[in-house]
Design a protein around this ligand. Structure first.
Ligand code: BG6
Length: 479
């Protein structure tokens, strides 16, 4: 029997600004670092740029109408800092902020709750040029300027705020998520320094929401994968705990307890990777309390023991760029601490992401037990090659199967007492993937374009569109 979801459960879906909007240089917007990174991805790998993406900027009314048709109660999206402040700080771009006013009004007119993310990888390029972006502490002050403006602007219309998207993923894949000049790319300490700056920015945003938004609720959106040990050997269980501490707890403890997980910090200090922390930083972090945790869950991870002295070196997560199973370029390794590896018990997507619905139940139970805060699913989904039939249909039964199993798992966790506020899978419509162009699709709505040719970005309902519409209509009773 299906779980009984509360009547005010927020069914919806998510996107992010640079992945969906396009209009990268229109109406006063200037480049973000993602415009530059994706331009490079186009040159080196042939993936679409962010210049047009899904052209949501010009299709937003049609897109909101499609969300309404599916029955969305909520829509999670991000604001492009460089659309509102093209130079990062200074004068507001009226046409840029007007786009978000229009979008939010359109959502509210359709009874769809906006869940706004302040930052989703797209720092204004002007700040990268000026001082190196997130590498420089100055960014925290500039983020406050931007966040204060946005939160104040929408204080009467937006209740749910998420601060920074996926800090843990930014540490792993830093050159894809932040523009890092070539000469810094071998300095792994900077990954944790950037993250420390983000922790300060996150805390400031939490304080601003509490100060400015009556009844406002705020939390980070964390990319989260539970870590299982490869075997039941004690050394592998220890490795999984170490991996959990450095990849997960290191972020969660900051958000909910206001300190860095000790075991992880000791490891970083030992290897010269620890961030520089200035007086007052930890006090600020403590003051920035979160009301909930937004979770982006796609896969679970697996770790095994990695003794020191085996000739292995520190490395970070690899990527599968081709979409051919097995093409992943390697796993994160920290000799003496842990080594990530493939879980032989799980099927994977074409991009080598494990498929593990039980992992969602496991992490919801685990996190609610540890931190006792309400949780939201702000991403979850299956990246796949979709095929458009001649008569304009997409039969994505694999996506339906993935989402159905994950909703069931979420329901089981809720049956066990976990408080989940929302389910917003990735993604409302097809969009530009962060690492694989537009051919890797996630949406309920097919956007008719290719990596080479944006065509007209025509919208077409996939089979999953009708399936999700029925899930929402029956409040999760018919999966
Ligand atoms: C999350 C991000 O990490 O995963 C999204 O918040 C991203 O921005 C999603 O699109 C899926 O990853 P990818 O690389 O397949 O686009």
């Amino acid at each position: 029997m299906s779980h009984l979801f509360p009547n005010d459960f927020l069914w919806g879906a998510s996107t992010s600004a640079y992945q969906v909007e396009g209009a990268a240089y229109e109406d006063g917007k200037k480049a973000s670092q993602q415009d530059i990174i994706n331009q490079e991805n186009y040159t080196t790998r042939g993936f679409a740029t962010a210049e047009i993406a899904s052209d949501h900027y010009h299709h937003y009314k049609e897109d909101v109408a499609l969300m309404k048709e599916m029955g969305f109660k909520a829509y999670r999206f991000s604001i492009a800092w460089s659309r509102v402040f093209p130079d990062g700080i200074g004068a507001v771009n009226e046409k840029g902020i007007q786009f978000y006013r229009n979008l939010i009004d359109e959502l509210l007119a359709n009874q769809i709750e906006p869940i706004v993310t302040l930052y989703h990888y797209d720092l204004p390029w002007a700040l990268v040029e000026k001082y190196g972006g997130w590498l420089n502490r100055q960014v925290v002050t500039d983020f406050e300027y931007y966040a204060r403006y946005i939160i104040n602007e929408f204080r009467d219309k937006v209740k749910y705020w998420t601060t920074i998207n996926e800090q843990s993923i930014i540490v792993q894949y830093w050159t894809a998520k932040c523009y890092i000049p070539e000469e810094y790319r071998t300095n792994n300490q900077l990954r944790y320094q950037i993250n420390h700056h983000m922790n300060l920015a996150h805390a400031i945003a939490c304080k601003l929401v509490h100060e400015l938004v009556p009844g406002g609720l705020v939390g980070a959106a964390l990319g989260y994968a539970p870590v299982y040990p490869l075997t039941s050997k004690a050394a592998d269980a220890m490795a999984a705990l170490n991996a959990h501490d450095l990849r997960n707890a290191y972020y969660l403890d900051i958000y909910f307890k206001g300190f860095y997980t000790k075991s992880a910090m000791r490891y970083l200090e030992k290897h010269g990777l620890a961030p520089e922390i200035q007086p007052g930083d930890m006090e600020l972090i403590k003051e920035g309390t979160s009301d909930f945790l937004a979770l982006n869950y796609y896969y679970s991870d697996c770790a095994k023991s990695c003794p020191e002295g085996d000739g292995k070196e520190i490395r970070y997560s690899g990527v599968n760029y081709s979409g051919k199973k097995g093409d992943i370029s390697g796993f994160e390794t920290h000799p003496g601490f842990y080594e990530m590896c493939k879980n032989p018990n799980l099927e994977t997507s074409d991009w080598d992401w494990s498929i593990d619905p039980t992992g969602l139940e496991y992490l919801l139970r685990d996190l609610y037990g540890r931190y006792n805060k309400p949780l939201m699913i702000t991403e979850n989904g299956l990246g796949a090659f979709d095929t458009l039939t001649e008569d304009g249909q997409v039969h994505d039964d694999y996506r339906i199967a993935y989402l159905k199993a994950h909703i069931e798992a979420m329901g089981k966790a809720m049956d066990a007492g976990v408080e989940v506020l929302a389910y917003c899978p990735w993604s409302a419509i097809d969009l530009l993937s962060t690492s694989n162009g537009v051919k890797k699709r996630y949406g309920f709505v097919y956007v008719d374009r290719t990596d080479d040719d944006p065509k007209e970005c025509r919208r077409l309902r996939k089979d999953s569109f009708y399936w999700y519409q029925n899930v929402i209509r029956t409040n999760g009773q018919q999966l």
